[in-house]
Design a protein around this ligand. Structure first.
Ligand SMILES: Cc1cc2nc3c(=O)[nH]c(=O)nc-3n(C[C@H](O)[C@H](O)[C@H](O)COP(=O)(O)O)c2cc1C
Ligand SMILES: [Fe+2]
Ligand SMILES: [Fe+2]
Length: 396
C-alpha cells in the first residue's frame, strides 16, 4: 500500500492509511485507523488529481502521485471538499506544480482563500459542468451540506466512477485490499455505519435528495475519500445509504444507561430482560460512561428501538447520558421507538430531562416511563421489564 494502485482505467489510487490519529476530528475513536483516499485521472491531454490527503502524509502522497504521473505534469486538482483531511496539501501541490488549476464551485472559492490564500487559477463549476481531460470527461455535481456547504462529487463519464468524497465513506484503514471484492463486508459495514452516524447522519434528508439527483447517472463504481472502494456491488452500498438516510432500523434495541453505583444499571438490565421476553434477539446494552458515543449512535441508527436510563446527578441528567441526548438531538433520528427511565435520591431530575429529550425528538415514546427512588424494588424492576416487553412488542 506504499505504492500507487491502478484502481480503474487511467485511474490511480494515491491515498494513504492513517494508523496514528486516535480521534477523527479530535472526537471519534479510530481503533482500526482511517484511510484518506485520493485519486489521479490521467487523460490523454490533461491529468487531474481528485482531492489530497491529511497534512502529515505529504511525502507518501506526493511520492505516489509522482509515480502515477509517470513524468507528466499535474494540470488540475479537483477539490471536492475543503475539510483539511482532504484539502490539507493544496498549498504544497501549488508549490510543486505552479500552473495547477483548482476545480471547485462557487462555495469553494472563499474557502480556498481562507485556508490557503489562493485567489487565482480557480475554476468554479456549476452543477452538470464538465472538464475534458482527453478520453475522460469529468462531470461535477454539488451536494451542499453533505456535509459542508462546498461539498461536491465528481463523476467520470468514461469509466462510470463516482468520486463521492465523504459520502459512502467509512472509518478503518485498508488492510491489504482497497476494494469491496477484496474484503469481507463484516469488516467494513459497521465502520461505514459508525462514520455515517457520526459525520453524515445529521444531513440524512440531504442524502435522500442527493441519491435522487445522482440516480440518473450511470454509476458503475463508487470511490469515496475514506474506506472501501466499491466496484463489485455498488447497488448494495447505495441501498445501505438509502436505508440509513430513511432511518429504516432493523428489529432490535439499544439500551443505554448512566449509573454510578449500579442501581440504574439493574433497571437497564430489566429492560433487556423484557425485550428478550418479547422475542427481541438483537439487544445492545451500553454503559454510556464506558462506551464511546460513536458506537451507541451507530447502533441507534442500526436498530429501530432504544431506551435511555439515567440516574440524577446534581439535579440533572448524568453527564454521559446528557452527552448522548445532545448528540441525538443534533442528529434527530426519525422512525424509531424510544423508552425512558430515571433514578434519584432526593430532588429528582433525570427522568424529566429524558422525557424532555423524548418530546423534542418527536419519536414515538413507549411506556411506562419508570422513576425509581434509591435502589429499585421488585415492583420497580417489574415496570422496567414491562417497558422492555412493550418496546419489543411495538417492534414486532
Ligand atoms: C455526585 C452525586 C450527585 C447526585 N445528585 C442528585 C440530585 O441532584 N438529585 C437526586 O435526586 N439525586 C442525586 N443523586 C443521587 C443518585 O441519583 C442516586 O443515588 C441514584 O440511585 C444513583 O443511581 P446509580 O446507583 O445508578 O448510580 C446524586 C448522587 C451523586 C453521587
Ligand atoms: Fe468531511
Ligand atoms: Fe473526510
Amino acid at each position: 500500500m506504499y505504492k500507487a494502485i491502478l484502481a480503474d482505467k487511467d485511474t490511480w489510487w494515491v491515498g494513504v492509511n492513517d494508523y496514528e490519529t486516535d480521534l477523527f476530528e479530535s472526537l471519534w475513536p479510530l481503533p482500526q485507523g482511517v484511510a484518506y483516499n485520493a485519486y489521479l485521472v490521467l487523460g490523454s491531454t490533461a491529468a487531474a488529481a481528485i482531492d489530497t490527503v491529511k497534512g502529515p502524509y505529504l511525502d507518501e502522497y506526493i511520492n505516489k502521485l509522482t509515480e502515477a504521473l509517470g513524468g507528466r505534469t499535474l494540470n488540475y486538482l479537483v477539490v471536492n471538499h475543503m475539510e483539511p483531511d482532504h484539502a490539507g496539501l493544496i498549498s504544497q501541490l501549488r508549490a510543486k506544480w505552479p500552473g495547477l488549476k483548482f476545480i471547485g464551485n462557487a462555495k469553494t472559492v472563499p474557502m480556498l482563500k481562507g485556508y490557503h490564500g489562493i485567489e487565482e487559477n480557480i475554476i468554479a463549476m456549476k452543477d452538470g459542468d464538465t472538464l475534458d481531460l482527453g478520453g475522460h470527461v469529468l462531470r461535477f455535481a454539488t451536494v451542499p451540506m453533505l456535509h459542508w456547504p462546498e461539498s461536491m462529487v465528481t463523476f467520470d463519464t468514461t469509466t462510470g466512477v463516482l468520486f463521492s468524497n465523504d459520502s459512502f465513506g467509512g472509518f478503518g484503514a485498508h488492510e491489504g485490499g482497497i476494494f469491496d471484492d477484496q474484503k469481507n463486508p463484516a469488516r467494513w459495514e459497521d465502520e461505514m455505519l459508525r462514520y455515517y452516524a457520526c459525520i453524515v447522519a445529521k444531513y440524512s434528508n440531504i442524502v435522500q435528495a442527493a441519491l435522487k439527483k445522482l440516480g440518473g447517472l450511470p454509476i458503475t463504481k463508487i470511490f469515496p475519500s475514506h474506506g472501501t472502494l466499491f466496484r463489485e456491488d455498488v447497488k448494495k452500498v447505495i441501498s445501505l445509504y438509502d436505508k440509513w438516510s430513511k432511518f429504516e432500523g432493523e428489529k432490535g434495541a439499544v439500551v443505554v444507561y448512566g449509573s454510578m453505583y449500579g442501581n440504574t444499571r439493574r433497571m437497564a438490565e430489566a429492560v433487556c430482560t423484557g425485550l428478550a421476553e418479547a422475542g427481541v434477539k438483537d439487544i445492545r446494552l451500553y454503559d454510556a460512561s464506558r462506551t464511546d458515543p460513536s458506537y451507541i449512535l451507530r447502533d441507534i441508527w442500526k436498530f429501530r428501538a432504544f431506551a435511555l436510563l439515567s440516574c440524577t446527578y446534581n439535579t440533572q441528567l448524568y453527564p454521559s447520558m446528557e452527552a448522548i441526548c445532545s448528540k441525538l438531538l443534533n442528529r434527530m433520528p426519525k422512525n424509531k421507538l424510544v423508552g425512558v427511565a430515571g433514578s434519584y435520591s432526593w430532588s429528582k431530575g433525570a427522568l424529566t430531562a429524558l422525557q424532555d429529550y423524548a418530546a423534542k425528538s418527536k419519536l414515538e415514546v413507549v411506556g411506562p416511563a419508570v422513576e425509581v427512588y434509591a435502589s429499585p424494588t421488585d415492583e420497580d424492576l417489574k415496570q422496567c421489564c414491562e417497558l422492555g416487553v412493550n418496546l419489543g412488542e411495538a417492534l414486532a
